[in-house]
Write a protein that binds this ligand. Structure first.
Ligand SMILES: [Zn+2]
Ligand SMILES: [Zn+2]
Length: 244
């Protein structure tokens, strides 16, 4: 299983960067996790539109969904003969979910489905399960396994929910690290690098990748803070592909 970091910034993309998005590839399956600003262009550098299997949306904040409305046009233009692309997103009454609804034109290429947070999801050889995080908007962490290797993505979370049992023993944990100690005093629903490292340590994961940086958060500082607690930690690099 491979995971490519399409974007690592939030809540806006700095010059040359992109907001949260991951591409998971394993045995013929290509799963996009979240699709913030800038991620759909980068997705096309990694995988042809026809080969994208599904999109999973952790929550309905704009930095995670802004690019996904246009997937219907990408599919229509680049993969007109394919089956409709399933986009799984949390339900509820958030009007922002309508952003993900295909237009009457796009319904031929994209299908919006509820994120199956209770039962989980099987996508080819991959099994995905979900856990609610600590975030103002209902948000779901994802645990993805191919039966051999396991990836856990925290999506957006604060330290108010302990995700250690959910992330237990994962080979790779991709954790949000919006802040470092110096700028993380008034955070709500987000982690500092040290908190992400503490989660990795308690969950006994193999490696930790930090992401979801506020653009003014220095990634090198985040990496140093995390490594002091959990040495196999590193700041995610955009468009780098990591083996799980
Ligand atoms: Zn959020
Ligand atoms: Zn976010």
């Amino acid at each position: 299983m491979l995971v490519t970091v399409l974007g690592r910034y939030s809540p806006y993309a700095p010059v040359g960067g992109a907001c949260p998005g991951l591409l998971v590839q394993a045995r013929g399956v290509a799963l996009m996790l979240d699709g913030g600003p800038g991620t759909v262009a980068r997705l096309q550098m990694q995988v042809p539109a026809a080969h994208l299997t599904a999109v999973l949306v952790s929550h309905l904040h704009h930095d995670h969904i802004a690019d996904l409305h246009c997937l219907q046009y990408l599919m229509a233009d680049q993969a007109p003969g394919r089956e409709p692309l399933p986009i799984y997103a949390p339900g509820g009454d958030n009007p922002d979910r309508r952003w993900l609804e295909p237009s009457s034109f796009g319904a031929r290429w994209v299908r919006l489905l509820p994120l199956p947070v209770d039962e989980g999801l099987a996508v080819g050889p991959l099994r995905v399960t979900f856990a609610r995080t600590d975030h103002p908007e209902p948000c779901w962490a994802m645990r993805i396994t191919d039966g051999c290797r396991t990836l856990v993505y925290t999506a957006d979370t604060g330290a108010g929910v302990d995700l250690a049992p959910f992330a237990r023993g994962a080979d790779l944990l991709i954790a949000e690290s919006t802040f470092v100690a110096a700028n993380g005093q008034n955070r709500r629903g987000h982690l500092t690098a040290a908190e992400a490292a503490d989660l990795a340590l308690r969950a006994g994961v193999g490696r930790l990748l930090l992401t979801h940086f506020l653009p003014s958060t220095p990634a090198a500082e985040a990496e140093a803070e995390a490594r002091a607690i959990f040495p196999p930690a590193e700041a995610a690099v955009e468009m780098r592909t990591y083996p799980v």
